[in-house]
Write a protein that binds this ligand. Structure first.
Ligand code: AMP
Length: 380
């Protein structure tokens, strides 16, 4: 199947070609015609499945047919749980606006940075990607109105609830017009997601992409049995011995992230961290450095476990296990994305063994756990 046959015009196809997309992913085949037809849609899909383009392409396709708006009424609102995802989705919108029939202004807004430039930049924005809290601040400051939106997108809906955005979402929903098209993406279905459906009074077409579409099978997973003492040296051994040039290392806390970076730098491994206590500016810069390959190791908390795409990331290491099995899958899903293969390495101490058993069970896959006692870590 081709992009043309999904009902997209050459204005969009031009950008598709520039991006090097050869053919639609399964989720795109199933969702783009639905969104183009104006129906509400609920997609159960993991990050990495190509879901962003599912809504970006048809939304721009339709919007370009309309008259340009130069006021503070947003036409398309995309709600996302994190700042990083807001920036990333806005980038995808921008990647598709280059050859449209007319100019369409898009913008991402999120907290943690000054609100003034966002307020000033709002005039004429038609497509806004926003985190809930900052969106409400902007509305209260009369920087924009969402009372006339045509299309609402809620991305990573389950994560929104995990992060405690329920009240904000309800406040936002109360400000939306009755008549609008809604697209919702969530990695999982639960009662909260059903509640959104009820509040928004939608009866969406449901498209579910099988779990294996996250490419779990393509990811080469292995775990190593370490001790609290050998964990750090073993990580450095892995990085150095395997000459890892781009590795994303997950930890559970901000403190560990900072401590680990310090240790890696001492050992001449170029590392930086990204976590919730970093300013928005430095989070963005650090992610950029890492994406460009300027640093070898990015140490991250689960803040970026979801939604963030790094082209052809070869390795992810779990320095610490996440509590939720779903977060484990999201973490390792940073590698092996789209058509690339990837490798996920997990370091386990005795205390982690039981929980890792739970994770493997939930994931439906067994991961080989290798001993490390015969590895000489001297000098690492
Ligand atoms: P997403 O799940 O939206 O974050 O997308 C995951 C990755 O797949 C991104 O790097 C996209 O640019 C890429 N992608 C999306 N659709 C296609 C496609 N049809 N062909 C090739 N790559 C794609």
């Amino acid at each position: 199947m081709s992009f043309e046959s999904l009902g997209l015009s050459h204005h969009i196809i031009h950008s598709v070609k520039q991006l090097g997309y050869l053919k639609p992913f399964p989720i795109q085949e199933q969702t783009i015609p639905v969104i183009l037809s104006g129906k509400d849609l609920m997609g159960i899909a993991q990050t990495g499945s190509g879901k962003t383009a599912c809504f970006v392409m048809p939304i721009l396709e339709k919007l370009q047919q309309q008259e340009v708006k130069r006021d503070r009424n947003i036409q398309v609102l995309v709600l996302v749980p994190t700042r990083e995802l807001a920036i990333q989705i806005d980038e995808v919108f921008r990647a598709f606006t280059g050859h449209l029939k007319r100019e369409i202004k898009t913008m991402a807004v999120y907290g943690g940075v000054s609100i003034n430039p966002q307020m000033k930049g709002m005039l004429g924005v038609e497509v806004l990607t926003a985190t809930p809290g900052r969106l409400l601040d902007l509305i209260h400051n009369k920087a924009l109105s969402i009372s006339q939106i045509q299309h609402l997108v809620i991305d990573e809906a389950d994560k929104m609830f995990q992060l405690g955005f329920e009240d904000e979402l309800k406040q936002i929903f109360a400000l939306l017009p009755k008549k609008k098209q809604t697209t919702l993406f969530s990695a999982t279905l639960n009662d909260k997601i059903s509640e959104i459906k009820n509040i928004l009074a939608i009866q969406p077409v449901v498209v579910e992409i099988a779990k294996d579409a996250l490419d779990i099978d393509k990811i080469d997973q292995v775990a190593y049995h370490v001790t609290a003492e050998t964990k750090g040296p073993f990580l450095r051994y892995l990085i150095k011995e395997n000459k890892m040039n781009q590795v994303l290392v997950f930890v559970s806390s901000t403190r560990t992230a900072d401590k680990l970076v310090e240790k890696l730098l001492k050992n001449k491994i170029r590392a930086i961290s990204i976590h919730g206590e970093k300013s928005q500016g430095s989070r963005r810069d650090h992610l950029d450095y890492f994406k460009k390959g300027d640093v070898q190791v990015l140490v991250a908390t689960d803040l970026i476990g979801r939604g963030i795409h790094i082209d052809a990331l070869p390795v992810v290491i779990n320095f610490e296990l996440p509590r939720s099995p779903l977060d484990y899958v999201h973490r390792i899903g940073r590698t092996g994305r789209a058509h690339d293969a990837g490798s996920a390495i997990t370091l386990l101490t005795d205390e982690d063994m039981h929980h890792f058993g739970v994770i493997q069970k939930k994931m439906g896959k067994t991961v080989e756990i290798k001993p490390t006692t015969d590895i000489n870590l001297h000098g690492y």
